[in-house]
Write a protein of this length. Structure first.
Length: 276
Protein backbone atom coordinates (compact mmCIF):
# COMPACT_ATOMS: atom_id res chain seq x y z
CA UNK A 1 0.00 0.00 0.00
CA UNK A 2 1.53 3.33 -1.03
CA UNK A 3 1.88 5.98 1.62
CA UNK A 4 -0.21 9.12 1.20
CA UNK A 5 1.86 12.08 0.03
CA UNK A 6 2.51 14.78 2.59
CA UNK A 7 2.33 18.45 1.69
CA UNK A 8 4.69 21.03 3.16
CA UNK A 9 3.16 23.59 5.55
CA UNK A 10 4.83 26.45 3.63
CA UNK A 11 4.13 27.68 0.11
CA UNK A 12 7.44 27.76 -1.72
CA UNK A 13 8.69 28.85 -5.13
CA UNK A 14 10.15 25.75 -6.75
CA UNK A 15 8.65 23.42 -4.13
CA UNK A 16 9.13 19.74 -4.93
CA UNK A 17 5.75 18.26 -3.91
CA UNK A 18 4.80 17.22 -7.46
CA UNK A 19 8.28 15.83 -8.14
CA UNK A 20 8.81 14.10 -4.79
CA UNK A 21 7.78 10.64 -6.11
CA UNK A 22 10.23 10.83 -9.02
CA UNK A 23 13.01 12.11 -6.75
CA UNK A 24 12.48 9.53 -4.01
CA UNK A 25 12.63 6.72 -6.59
CA UNK A 26 16.08 7.94 -7.67
CA UNK A 27 17.37 8.27 -4.11
CA UNK A 28 19.02 5.08 -2.80
CA UNK A 29 18.56 3.67 0.68
CA UNK A 30 20.96 5.12 3.24
CA UNK A 31 21.49 5.86 6.90
CA UNK A 32 20.62 9.56 6.60
CA UNK A 33 19.24 11.99 4.03
CA UNK A 34 21.04 15.35 3.89
CA UNK A 35 19.44 18.35 2.19
CA UNK A 36 21.78 21.36 1.80
CA UNK A 37 18.91 23.42 0.28
CA UNK A 38 15.90 22.41 2.36
CA UNK A 39 13.33 25.01 1.26
CA UNK A 40 9.83 23.86 2.20
CA UNK A 41 11.18 20.30 2.58
CA UNK A 42 8.73 18.34 0.39
CA UNK A 43 11.32 15.65 -0.43
CA UNK A 44 12.14 15.31 3.27
CA UNK A 45 8.46 14.88 4.10
CA UNK A 46 7.96 12.20 1.43
CA UNK A 47 10.98 9.99 2.05
CA UNK A 48 11.61 7.43 4.75
CA UNK A 49 15.12 7.60 6.22
CA UNK A 50 15.91 6.93 9.86
CA UNK A 51 17.75 10.25 10.20
CA UNK A 52 17.84 13.64 8.45
CA UNK A 53 20.06 16.70 8.26
CA UNK A 54 18.36 19.78 6.79
CA UNK A 55 20.21 22.98 5.96
CA UNK A 56 19.12 26.22 4.38
CA UNK A 57 20.87 29.57 4.03
CA UNK A 58 17.59 31.27 5.03
CA UNK A 59 17.98 31.84 8.78
CA UNK A 60 14.26 32.57 9.30
CA UNK A 61 13.28 29.28 7.69
CA UNK A 62 15.63 27.19 9.85
CA UNK A 63 14.61 29.18 12.94
CA UNK A 64 10.96 28.31 12.24
CA UNK A 65 11.85 24.61 11.85
CA UNK A 66 13.74 24.61 15.15
CA UNK A 67 10.88 26.37 16.99
CA UNK A 68 8.46 23.72 15.71
CA UNK A 69 10.87 20.98 16.75
CA UNK A 70 11.09 22.34 20.31
CA UNK A 71 7.52 23.45 21.10
CA UNK A 72 5.04 22.67 18.36
CA UNK A 73 1.86 22.71 20.48
CA UNK A 74 2.39 26.29 21.70
CA UNK A 75 3.51 27.42 18.24
CA UNK A 76 0.43 25.98 16.49
CA UNK A 77 -1.92 27.63 18.99
CA UNK A 78 -0.18 31.00 18.73
CA UNK A 79 0.00 30.82 14.93
CA UNK A 80 -3.72 30.02 14.68
CA UNK A 81 -4.49 33.46 16.17
CA UNK A 82 -2.87 35.06 13.11
CA UNK A 83 -5.22 33.28 10.71
CA UNK A 84 -8.39 35.29 11.35
CA UNK A 85 -10.39 37.67 9.09
CA UNK A 86 -8.96 40.63 11.06
CA UNK A 87 -5.40 39.55 10.24
CA UNK A 88 -6.23 39.04 6.54
CA UNK A 89 -6.11 42.76 5.83
CA UNK A 90 -3.52 44.80 3.92
CA UNK A 91 -2.89 47.34 6.70
CA UNK A 92 -2.56 44.59 9.29
CA UNK A 93 -0.26 42.59 7.02
CA UNK A 94 2.11 45.53 6.54
CA UNK A 95 2.04 46.21 10.29
CA UNK A 96 2.96 42.57 10.96
CA UNK A 97 5.67 42.70 8.30
CA UNK A 98 7.12 45.85 9.93
CA UNK A 99 7.13 44.07 13.31
CA UNK A 100 8.92 41.10 11.76
CA UNK A 101 11.59 43.32 10.22
CA UNK A 102 12.17 45.19 13.48
CA UNK A 103 12.28 42.29 15.95
CA UNK A 104 15.16 39.97 16.82
CA UNK A 105 12.94 37.66 18.86
CA UNK A 106 13.23 34.20 17.23
CA UNK A 107 9.80 32.99 18.39
CA UNK A 108 7.93 36.07 17.15
CA UNK A 109 9.85 35.94 13.85
CA UNK A 110 8.85 32.28 13.40
CA UNK A 111 5.15 33.06 13.89
CA UNK A 112 5.22 36.02 11.52
CA UNK A 113 7.26 34.12 8.93
CA UNK A 114 4.48 31.52 8.67
CA UNK A 115 1.82 34.26 8.66
CA UNK A 116 3.52 36.18 5.82
CA UNK A 117 4.16 33.01 3.85
CA UNK A 118 0.42 32.30 3.78
CA UNK A 119 -0.87 35.89 3.54
CA UNK A 120 1.84 37.34 1.26
CA UNK A 121 1.82 37.45 -2.51
CA UNK A 122 2.03 34.04 -4.17
CA UNK A 123 3.95 32.37 -1.35
CA UNK A 124 7.13 34.23 -2.27
CA UNK A 125 10.00 34.64 0.17
CA UNK A 126 12.05 37.71 -0.63
CA UNK A 127 14.29 40.19 1.18
CA UNK A 128 15.66 43.59 0.21
CA UNK A 129 19.36 44.51 0.22
CA UNK A 130 19.19 45.42 3.93
CA UNK A 131 17.70 42.05 4.85
CA UNK A 132 14.14 43.32 5.24
CA UNK A 133 11.30 40.99 4.20
CA UNK A 134 9.51 42.82 1.37
CA UNK A 135 6.85 40.53 -0.12
CA UNK A 136 3.58 42.46 -0.68
CA UNK A 137 0.12 41.49 0.64
CA UNK A 138 -1.46 38.60 -1.26
CA UNK A 139 -5.20 39.46 -1.16
CA UNK A 140 -6.42 35.90 -0.57
CA UNK A 141 -10.05 35.35 0.48
CA UNK A 142 -9.22 32.98 3.31
CA UNK A 143 -5.57 31.98 3.80
CA UNK A 144 -5.23 28.33 4.75
CA UNK A 145 -3.96 27.49 8.22
CA UNK A 146 -1.79 24.36 7.69
CA UNK A 147 -2.38 22.69 11.06
CA UNK A 148 -2.19 19.08 9.84
CA UNK A 149 0.92 19.84 7.81
CA UNK A 150 2.58 21.51 10.80
CA UNK A 151 1.87 18.44 12.94
CA UNK A 152 3.26 16.08 10.28
CA UNK A 153 6.43 18.15 10.03
CA UNK A 154 6.83 18.17 13.82
CA UNK A 155 6.61 14.38 13.92
CA UNK A 156 9.39 14.09 11.33
CA UNK A 157 11.50 16.73 13.11
CA UNK A 158 12.09 14.24 15.96
CA UNK A 159 14.76 12.51 13.84
CA UNK A 160 16.15 15.65 12.21
CA UNK A 161 19.04 18.04 12.76
CA UNK A 162 18.53 21.58 11.40
CA UNK A 163 21.45 23.85 10.50
CA UNK A 164 21.96 27.20 8.76
CA UNK A 165 25.26 27.32 6.89
CA UNK A 166 26.81 27.16 3.42
CA UNK A 167 26.14 24.09 1.26
CA UNK A 168 29.86 23.30 1.33
CA UNK A 169 29.77 23.13 5.14
CA UNK A 170 26.77 20.80 4.95
CA UNK A 171 28.55 18.55 2.43
CA UNK A 172 31.46 18.35 4.88
CA UNK A 173 29.13 16.77 7.48
CA UNK A 174 28.35 13.76 5.26
CA UNK A 175 29.55 10.31 6.30
CA UNK A 176 29.72 6.96 4.49
CA UNK A 177 26.19 5.70 3.84
CA UNK A 178 24.59 9.15 3.71
CA UNK A 179 22.51 10.35 0.76
CA UNK A 180 22.53 14.02 -0.31
CA UNK A 181 19.68 15.65 -2.22
CA UNK A 182 20.37 19.15 -3.59
CA UNK A 183 17.62 21.50 -4.73
CA UNK A 184 19.57 24.73 -5.34
CA UNK A 185 18.06 27.96 -6.69
CA UNK A 186 17.60 27.01 -10.33
CA UNK A 187 19.63 28.26 -13.28
CA UNK A 188 17.39 30.86 -15.01
CA UNK A 189 15.69 29.71 -18.21
CA UNK A 190 16.20 33.21 -19.65
CA UNK A 191 18.19 36.31 -18.78
CA UNK A 192 15.04 38.03 -17.54
CA UNK A 193 14.00 35.17 -15.26
CA UNK A 194 16.85 35.16 -12.77
CA UNK A 195 14.96 34.88 -9.49
CA UNK A 196 17.86 33.42 -7.54
CA UNK A 197 18.41 35.57 -4.46
CA UNK A 198 15.52 34.64 -2.18
CA UNK A 199 17.70 34.68 0.93
CA UNK A 200 19.60 37.78 -0.10
CA UNK A 201 22.44 35.54 -1.29
CA UNK A 202 22.88 35.32 -5.05
CA UNK A 203 23.39 31.78 -6.33
CA UNK A 204 25.04 32.41 -9.67
CA UNK A 205 26.62 30.24 -12.33
CA UNK A 206 29.89 29.96 -10.36
CA UNK A 207 27.98 28.47 -7.41
CA UNK A 208 26.06 26.13 -9.72
CA UNK A 209 29.33 24.78 -11.12
CA UNK A 210 30.87 24.55 -7.64
CA UNK A 211 27.91 22.49 -6.43
CA UNK A 212 28.48 20.01 -9.26
CA UNK A 213 32.17 19.92 -8.26
CA UNK A 214 31.19 19.28 -4.63
CA UNK A 215 29.07 16.31 -5.76
CA UNK A 216 31.96 14.88 -7.80
CA UNK A 217 34.45 15.39 -4.97
CA UNK A 218 32.43 13.79 -2.17
CA UNK A 219 31.49 10.73 -4.22
CA UNK A 220 35.20 10.16 -4.85
CA UNK A 221 36.09 10.55 -1.17
CA UNK A 222 33.20 8.84 0.65
CA UNK A 223 30.45 6.27 0.08
CA UNK A 224 27.89 9.01 -0.43
CA UNK A 225 25.31 9.38 -3.21
CA UNK A 226 24.31 12.87 -4.45
CA UNK A 227 21.21 13.83 -6.44
CA UNK A 228 20.86 17.38 -7.84
CA UNK A 229 17.76 18.89 -9.47
CA UNK A 230 17.80 21.91 -11.79
CA UNK A 231 16.40 23.33 -15.01
CA UNK A 232 17.23 21.44 -18.20
CA UNK A 233 19.50 23.89 -20.05
CA UNK A 234 22.66 23.69 -22.16
CA UNK A 235 24.55 25.05 -19.13
CA UNK A 236 23.25 22.45 -16.65
CA UNK A 237 23.83 19.62 -19.15
CA UNK A 238 27.44 20.81 -19.32
CA UNK A 239 28.08 21.15 -15.57
CA UNK A 240 26.48 17.77 -14.80
CA UNK A 241 28.30 15.93 -17.60
CA UNK A 242 30.20 13.76 -15.08
CA UNK A 243 27.02 12.54 -13.36
CA UNK A 244 26.41 8.77 -13.48
CA UNK A 245 22.80 9.23 -14.53
CA UNK A 246 20.76 12.14 -15.91
CA UNK A 247 16.98 12.02 -15.94
CA UNK A 248 15.07 14.67 -17.93
CA UNK A 249 11.45 15.44 -17.02
CA UNK A 250 8.76 18.00 -17.79
CA UNK A 251 7.24 19.78 -14.81
CA UNK A 252 4.35 22.24 -14.49
CA UNK A 253 5.35 25.59 -13.09
CA UNK A 254 3.66 26.44 -9.77
CA UNK A 255 4.69 30.03 -9.03
CA UNK A 256 2.28 31.85 -11.36
CA UNK A 257 -1.03 32.83 -9.72
CA UNK A 258 -2.95 32.14 -12.93
CA UNK A 259 -3.12 28.43 -13.64
CA UNK A 260 -3.36 29.05 -17.39
CA UNK A 261 0.12 30.60 -17.35
CA UNK A 262 1.79 27.61 -15.71
CA UNK A 263 3.65 26.18 -18.66
CA UNK A 264 5.61 22.95 -18.42
CA UNK A 265 9.36 23.35 -18.26
CA UNK A 266 12.21 20.88 -18.57
CA UNK A 267 14.03 19.78 -15.43
CA UNK A 268 17.05 17.58 -14.87
CA UNK A 269 17.91 15.16 -12.09
CA UNK A 270 21.66 14.42 -11.98
CA UNK A 271 22.76 11.40 -9.92
CA UNK A 272 26.33 10.97 -8.67
CA UNK A 273 27.18 7.53 -7.28
CA UNK A 274 30.05 6.78 -4.87
CA UNK A 275 33.37 5.84 -6.52
CA UNK A 276 34.96 4.31 -3.41
Amino acid sequence: MSQQKQRAFLKWAGGKYTLSDTISKMLPKGSRLIEPFAGAASVYLNTNYSQYLLNDINRDLINLYKVLQNDSAKFIEDARALFTPEQNDADQYYLNRKTFNETDDPYLRSLLFLYMNRHGYNGLCRYNSKGGYNVPFGKYKRPYFPEDELKAFTEKAKVTEFVCESYRDTFARANDGDVIYCDPPYVPLSKTASFTSYAGNGFGLDEQADLANAAEEITQQKRVTVLISNHDTIWTRKIYEHADKIKAIKVARTISQKGSKRNKVGELLALYKPKV
